[in-house]
Write a protein that binds this ligand. Structure first.
Ligand code: UDP
Length: 323
C-alpha cells in the first residue's frame, strides 16, 4: 500500500518545517511548497536526504499542480509577523485569499482533506476575554495589520464555503502566539526580538508600557493539536494555544532570567492596533480533541534558547565559545 501524501504550503517556514517533520515521522510522504519569501530552506535542509520529502519552490498564489494523489493539504503559507505585513502587504493579502483559493481547488481536485492555518488575529483587539471560537472579533480592516487579519478571515470564509458548497473535508485551526526553534531571527516577533537582544546583552525592546498580554505556546504542543484536529471531524474553527497568559513586560523579565543576561528593558512605541490582551479559550480543543498544552513556558524557552544561540554564533553575532 502506498504511503499517505500531504502537501504543506509554507513548509519551509517556522511552523511548516515542524509539521513536515511530524508528518514524515507519522509515515507520510511530504511535499513541502514554499516560495521562500519569509521561509528559509535551512529549516528543511536536514530533510532533503529523506526519500519521502520533496521540496517545491513555488508561489501558491499562482496555479499549483501536484502530480499523484494527495490525502491532505495543510495551508500554512503566509508572512506571519507584523513587520512582514508592513513590508509585504499585498503578498500577505494574496496568499490568504488567492493562495487559499488555489489550495482549496487542489484539495477538491484530489479529494484531499484541507486544513487552514488561521489565527487569533481573527479576534483583532478583542473585547471578549479569553477568546472562544464563537467570538467574531474586533478587527480594523484598514489598519496595517488588517492585511493579515482580513486575509485570514477571508480564508476562513472561503474554507467554509468549500466545505458547505462542495462538501470538502476542511479544518480550521486558530493559532495563538507560538514559539520554538527555527523562528526567523529578527522577524520582529517578540521572542526572536528578545532572545537575541538578551544573548547580546542589549536592552530588550518592550513596546508600549509592556502591560499588553499574550499567551505563548511551545511549537510541539501546537503541532500535536493540529495533528489531532486534522484527524477529527470538526469543520468549524478550533483555537490551539496555551492559555497561560502574561504581560509582555513579565515575558521580557522571564527571557532575561532564562538567558542569564545582564540586559535591562527599554520602552518603544506600541505598534498601531497592537492587541491589548490575548488568551485562548481552549475548552473546545479539550473537549473535541482531548488536547491541551504540556510544555511549561520556562522549559520551552530553554529549548528555543539553544536554537537562537546556535544561529547567532553561525551568523557571527556571538563568539563560538559562548555556544
Ligand atoms: N513586542 C515587543 N517588543 C518587540 C516585539 C514585540 O514588546 O521587540 C510586543 C508587541 O507589541 C506585542 C507582543 O510583543 O504586544 C507580541 O508581538 P508579536 O509581534 O510577537 O506577536 P503579535 O501577538 O502582536 O502578533
Amino acid at each position: 500500500m502506498s504511503k499517505p501524501r500531504v502537501l504543506i504550503t509554507g513548509g519551509a517556514g517556522f511552523l511548516g518545517s515542524h509539521l513536515c517533520e511530524r508528518f514524515l515521522r507519522e509515515g507520510y510522504e511530504v511535499i513541502c511548497m514554499d516560495n521562500l519569501i519569509t521561509g528559509d530552506i535551512e529549516n528543511v535542509s536536514h530533510l532533503f536526504s529523506n526519500r519521502d520529502f520533496h521540496f517545491e519552490d513555488r508561489d501558491v498564489t499562482e496555479y499549483i499542480h501536484v502530480s499523484g494523489k494527495l490525502d491532505a493539504i495543510l495551508h500554512f503559507a503566509s508572512p506571519a509577523s507584523p513587520i512582514d505585513y508592513l513590508e509585504l502587504p499585498i503578498q500577505t493579502l494574496k496568499v490568504g485569499s488567492l493562495g487559499t483559493h488555489k489550495a482549496l481547488g487542489l484539495a477538491r481536485a484530489k479529494g484531499a482533506r484541507f486544513l487552514l492555518a488561521s489565527t487569533s488575529e481573527c479576534y483583532g483587539d478583542p473585547l471578549v476575554h479569553p477568546q472562544s471560537e464563537d467570538y467574531w472579533g474586533n478587527v480594523n480592516p484598514v489598519g496595517p495589520r488588517g492585511v493579515y487579519d482580513e486575509a485570514k478571515r477571508f480564508a476562513e470564509a472561503m474554507t467554509m464555503a468549500y466545505h458547505r458548497y462542495h462538501g470538502l473535508e476542511t479544518r480550521i485551526v486558530r493559532i495563538f502566539n507560538t514559539y520554538g526553534p527555527r523562528m526567523r531571527l529578527n522577524d520582529g516577533r517578540v521572542l526572536p526580538a528578545f532572545m537575541p537582544q538578551a544573548l547580546r546583552g542589549e536592552s530588550l525592546t518592550v513596546f508600549g508600557d509592556g502591560s499588553q498580554t499574550r499567551s505563548f505556546c511551545y511549537v510541539d504542543d501546537l503541532v500535536e493539536g493540529i495533528w489531532r484536529l486534522l484527524h477529527s471531524d470538526e469543520a468549524l474553527p478550533v483555537n490551539i494555544g496555551n492559555p497561560s497568559e502574561m504581560t509582555i513586560l513579565e515575558f521580557a523579565r522571564t527571557v532575561i532570567e532564562i538567558t542569564g543576561s545582564g540586559s535591562d528593558v527599554v520602552f518603544k512605541p506600541l505598534p498601531v492596533d497592537d492587541p491589548k490582551i490575548r488568551q485562548p479559550d481552549i475548552s473546545k480543543a479539550r473537549r473535541l480533541l482531548g488536547w491541551e498544552p504540556r510544555v511549561p513556558l520556562r522549559e520551552g524557552l530553554v529549548k528555543a534558547l539553544e536554537s537562537f544561540r546556535e544561529r547567532l554564533v553561525k551568523a557571527g553575532e556571538l563568539p563560538a565559545q559562548e555556544a
